[in-house]
Write a protein that binds this ligand. Structure first.
Ligand code: GLC
Length: 469
């Protein structure tokens, strides 16, 4: 099948979160399974753009409200990612250094989607599937069906929409509808939700199938999705939960070039050396359990309660564990977490920022990974941790619930808790410390979690079934 993925992010071209990881890996594995999968995304000004060679694939013009904008689609020359990569350059709109966070993001992503529809319209054939990811690409299915300029050719193409995060829906005022090329006014309801243009709602209505990145999250969306709950109930017949995979080639403790001591389930010695190195680097006590947190410091990830949860533990159980934090986000949380650096030197360290190399070293060297997320559609970090023999401590929600079992249950290998609260986290850390001291149990858990297959191959099969349907 020919599959065109449309996304705002794709690792290693540009990544802000897990969406980037997924769009960077899924097409590669789809191609390995015999498909012809491609990715089209905005041309962000990231190092990838400057360090690789591109050729011009298409030049066109879009009508954008009262203006006409020229755009160019360039294609990476060598297929180095394992799929064809196309970047959309709309002068002044897509060529920015960050993926999101500009005041004109709505306009930028509308223009991006019009450019893609215009480009697809110029193809001699049609792809079998257009696969859109998250709200930045949510208006494309509407445009393909109901814009007069595109519908003749594009409305028969099957479309899939994958929700990586239902909290953000891309709402905008209806006045923005003048930016969308002349569309069938009778179909207004297909792009609207609660009197606004809602790209996520529009995609759910217009696509042939909707997927989200875990089964539990699909269930949760029907009860909590920023106002779209009834839509999920109404459209449930075309909604499916498919758990993400992880790229086992990038995330392999026996070959990972970012870690200094390789290891595997059969030969675990290297893990201790990684821990030693990590603890020395940050001045932590290497004989104590090492608990890490990696991620965006935002409310969704429950990062706001991390400082209190950590302080409570450090005051009550001083000297029983170490903490190492890596992330960035809310400035207040960043400030609180770095304040603890001076207070508990030797037992705690917070490193602000996004650092892929350090993240790999942390998964390799840590004993436990804490993920108290309030919302976690899938979560990849717990799967990376498991692959590196690091015990996940997770709140029972979304994809965390679907991938981690509690050590108190039959063959359970992780630690689960119900609430994103200081007391639940504090209690779970206590459980972590006690299992750390029971080396037989801990080793069994490590062996077990490292043998679980979270590779993309199974996920690719699940998507294939939906495409065929
Ligand atoms: C979003 C979700 C995360 C998921 C990722 C990839 O970042 O918050 O849970 O793993 O997308 O689908």
């Amino acid at each position: 099948m020919e599959i065109l993925h449309v996304s705002a992010e794709c690792y290693p071209v540009a990544k802000a979160g897990g969406l980037g990881d997924v769009v960077g890996a899924l097409p590669k594995y789809q191609n390995k399974a015999g498909n012809n999968a491609k990715v089209v995304m905005p041309m962000h000004r990231t190092p990838f753009l400057y360090n690789n060679e591109f050729v011009v694939d298409y030049k066109g013009t879009i009508q954008f409200g009262p203006s006409q904008l020229n755009f160019t689609i360039i294609k990476e020359k060598t297929n180095k990612l394992g799929f064809d990569l196309y970047l959309v350059d709309i002068n002044g709109l897509t060529d920015r250094t960050k993926v999101y966070g500009y005041s004109d993001d709505s306009d930028r992503f509308i223009a991006f989607q019009i450019a893609i529809a215009t480009w697809l319209n110029s193809w001699e054939h049609n792809p079998d599937i257009v696969h859109c990811h998250d709200h930045h690409t949510g208006l494309l299915p509407f445009m393909m069906k109901y814009c007069y300029a595109f519908q003749n050719k594009l409305q028969s193409i099957k479309t899939i929409f994958t929700i990586h995060n239902g909290e953000y829906q891309g709402w905008m005022d209806f006045s923005k509808s003048i930016l969308i090329p002349h569309w069938d006014e009778w179909k207004r309801g297909q792009m609207e939700w609660a009197d606004k243009i809602n790209p996520m709602a529009s995609a759910i209505k217009c696509c042939n199938s909707v997927t989200t990145v875990s089964n539990s999250y699909l269930g949760e969306l029907k009860h909590s999705c920023n106002g779209l709950e009834p839509l999920f109930e109404y459209e449930k017949g075309k909604c499916f939960g498919i758990l993400n995979g992880i790229d086992n080639e990038v995330w392999d403790p026996s070959t990972d070039p970012r870690i200094n001591h390789h290891f595997s389930a059969a030969k675990m010695e290297g893990k201790a050396f990684n821990k030693k190195e990590l603890c020395q680097k940050f001045g932590l006590a290497e004989n104590l359990p090492l608990i890490i947190f990696i991620g965006r410091l935002v409310g969704e990830k429950a990062a706001d309660i991390l400082p209190d949860a950590i302080l409570t533990t450090l005051y009550n159980q001083f000297g029983k564990q170490n903490f190492l934090i890596l992330g960035s986000g809310d400035p207040t949380v960043e400030w609180k977490l770095t304040e603890i650096n001076n207070q508990f030197k030797g037992y705690y360290h917070c490193e602000l920022g996004y650092n892929e190399n350090l993240a790999h070293k942390m998964y390799a060297g840590a004993d436990f990974l804490l993920m108290p997320s309030r919302v976690e559609p899938c979560g990849l970090n717990q799967m990376y941790a498991m692959r590196y023999g690091t015990v996940p401590m997770v709140r029972s929600t979304g994809g965390l619930q679907d991938t981690v079992t509690d050590m108190g249950d039959w063959e359970g290998f992780g630690i689960r808790f119900n609430n994103a609260t200081v007391s639940d986290i504090h209690y779970s850390i206590g459980r972590a410390v006690s299992v750390y001291n029971d080396k037989t149990h801990l080793n069994w858990m490590r062996q077990h979690m490292m043998s679980i297959d979270h590779s993309w191959e199974t996920t690719v099969d699940d998507y294939q079934r939906i495409y065929e349907r």
